[in-house]
Design a protein around this ligand. Structure first.
Ligand SMILES: [Zn+2]
Ligand SMILES: [Zn+2]
Length: 197
């Protein structure tokens, strides 16, 4: 976040519950820009039907363009080289994991898409180290969330998939600890300041 762009309209505050947050420092006019920042990662929505990982339009089994490197179903050859997709494309291709796109559920939702938020974040470490550092500096709510069995259950598939298929140098010596860190990475709003990867 570029705070120079934000001040003097906002002030940075923090507390033990919310972590860091901003409050208005003066009256803000309707439509006035208060800050500008680029997204660290863009990801498909949670519980989505299959979408192109370059432009996020829905794709279908019979008309999609499977990426030659990783086999994720894309809308076209052009989208295979889009910056967003390259994050996971390299991960899947270097792990030798070919996505079985013909077995996806194109009518309801396809769980493999839920793994991509964590995979794209983890891929930043090598691809965009500055963004990775910014990501790690955000507050984690892991201590609170990991006590909720529904939260763990909801994200366990993604964590297991990464540990078993595209490990991405995630340390396996403490599998439960790593799984919880991954669960937090899977969840868009939660980040890991203590992640040692
Ligand atoms: Zn596309
Ligand atoms: Zn690809």
């Amino acid at each position: 976040m570029d705070f120079e762009q934000c001040f003097p309209l906002c002030q940075l505050r923090s507390n033990d519950i919310e972590g860091r947050y901003v409050v208005a420092a003066k009256d803000i006019k309707e439509g006035e820009t208060i800050m500008e920042e680029h997204p660290i990662v863009r990801c498909p929505p949670y519980s989505t039907k299959p979408v192109c990982l370059g432009c996020y339009t829905f794709v279908q089994k019979d008309t999609c363009f499977p990426c030659p490197k990783c086999n994720w179903p894309m809308c076209s050859e052009d989208c295979c080289s889009k910056e967003d997709h390259l994050l996971e494309c390299e991960v899947f291709s270097s792990a030798g994991f070919k996505v079985k796109y013909h077995k996806f559920d194109y009518e309801n939702f396809e769980p493999l898409y839920d793994t991509l938020t964590a995979i794209r974040k983890l891929a930043l470490k090598d691809k965009k180290p500055t963004d990775w550092q910014n990501l790690k500096s955000l507050m984690s709510h892991l201590d609170i969330w990991k006590k909720d069995p529904r939260w763990v259950e909801e994200h366990e598939f993604s964590a297991n998939f990464i540990l078993e298929n595209v490990t991405m140098n995630v340390k396996k010596d403490d599998i439960l600890g790593e799984k919880l860190k991954l669960l937090a990475l899977v969840t868009s709003m939660t980040f890991l300041p203590l992640l040692e990867m």
